[in-house]
Design a binder for this molecule. Structure first.
Ligand SMILES: Nc1ncnc2c1ncn2[C@@H]1O[C@H](COP(=O)(O)OP(=O)(O)OP(=O)(O)O)[C@@H](O)[C@H]1O
Length: 372
């Protein structure tokens, strides 16, 4: 049986005036799932979020929640009737209201006893049970953002929209707050969509990530999928670190490259001799003192628990390589490396002038790989 998704965004195109900003976007969430729109500035994340909230009309396609139509080109359920809560970057608590009055703001129609119970329930949930009578100015930024979340969650909305809620906070605070907020949402079984350009936030928070570029969802999947199985050059480039090695299809399952012949267990889908690019992540290349394969260190970053080196091979290609931080080598030294590829990620060569590859062809093939 094909059960309706909690949220369904189907083939949605959005425009400002004559300009299409979001093209044919599709995304769905189950109840309690946390989704994320991830992409660079200006790619259309907030515009799509605003359409889900009901602030923007859809030009084509439709948005529905719990089986009920919210938007199509003819009809739009007003924002205030959508049962959607919102949390923004600027925390915007009402400064003249106490914390409990702030939280009660969206549930004023509830009975006083229910309001009181809900406020205490939420304050306990956000780990600040004793602040009901305090005012926003007396709280830290992280505490204020947790209260803003509690205020948005108070009416038990069907969906929570979080538009860059962490970007005003410093890096240390973000690191602790993001998983805390994910846990709070999980405890309330709250479906949510986070908008961010920060992939670590997306990875820490979301069950499902939609990577956007120029108004298009390039790929939608788990953090693991989009990191290890990117479907386009853009996703491979935008998510995580990595380098592209020139390679050539050898046969159905293998490519030739400067690292030798790499073999996968899935057909690569290209004719022998086709030039392709092979994605290499830093964790695919390990330091190995005894390895006959070496690269000259051209850059070195200290990352606390490890070093990230870039090493240049004899043919000039540069590869990333992670080592434990006791392997402290200098730029200019030769580093022994071994290849630890779990799977092959092979992409067609992009046009060097336009940077474009045929989308049809840019479907990536990943295979379990062994070096031989
Ligand atoms: N009200 C508007 N009228 C016309 N164009 C707009 C409007 N709002 C946004 N845009 C344009 O639409 C495009 C997408 O903007 P949007 O804010 O959705 O991107 P974003 O991915 O959320 O970016 P950021 O991460 O910087 O907030 C941008 O080119 C932006 O200039």
């Amino acid at each position: 049986m094909n059960r309706a998704k909690h949220l369904n965004v189907e083939n949605v195109t959005l425009a400002y005036g004559e300009d299409d900003i979001v093209h044919n976007a599709s995304l769905s969430l189950d109840k309690g799932e946390i989704g994320c729109l991830l992409g660079p500035s200006g790619c259309g994340k907030s515009t799509l979020l605003r359409a889900i909230a009901g602030f923007e009309p859809v030009k084509s396609g439709h948005i529905s929640m719990r089986g009920q139509l919210l938007s199509n080109p003819q009809d739009r359920v007003p924002t205030e009737q959508r049962k959607i809560g919102m949390v923004f970057q600027d925390i915007a608590l009402f400064p003249h209201l106490s914390i409990s009055e702030n939280i009660v703001f969206g549930i004023k129609k509830w009975s006083k006893s229910d309001q009181k119970r809900r406020v205490q329930e939420l304050l306990t949930l956000i780990g600040l049970p004793d602040i009901a009578d305090r005012y926003p100015h007396s709280l830290s930024g992280g505490q204020q953002q947790r209260v803003a979340l509690a205020r948005a969650m108070a009416p038990k909305p069907d969906l929570l929209l979080l538009d860059e809620p962490f970007s005003g906070l410093d890096a240390n605070l973000r690191e602790t707050l993001v998983p805390e907020i994910r846990d709070i949402l999980r405890k309330e079984q709250m479906s949510a969509i986070l908008v961010t350009h920060d992939q670590m936030e997306a990875f820490a928070m979301a069950d499902k990530i939609a990577v956007m570029q120029n108004g298009r969802i390039q790929q939608c999947g788990t953090a693991f999928n989009i990191y290890h199985e990117p479907k386009t050059r853009f996703v491979a480039d935008f998510i995580g670190l990595g380098e592209f090695l020139q390679a050539s299809i050898k046969d159905e399952y293998s490519v030739d490259s400067v690292l030798g012949c790499l073999v996968g267990d899935e057909p690569l889908g290209y004719a022998p001799g086709t030039p392709v690019e092979l994605l290499i992540r830093p964790d695919d290349i390990q330091h190995c003192e005894e390895s006959p394969l070496t690269g000259r260190i051209v850059s070195k970053w200290f990352r606390g628990s490890h070093y990230l080196y870039h090493v240049q091979l004899d043919n000039g290609e540069v590869l990333p390589c992670i080592t434990a931080c006791h392997h402290d080598h200098d730029v200019g030294e030769d580093l022994g490396i071994s290849i630890e590829l779990d799977h092959l990620v092979v992409l067609p060569i992009c046009d060097p002038e336009t940077g474009l590859c045929d989308l049809q062809e840019s479907e990536v093939v990943q295979t379990q790989a062994i070096a031989r």
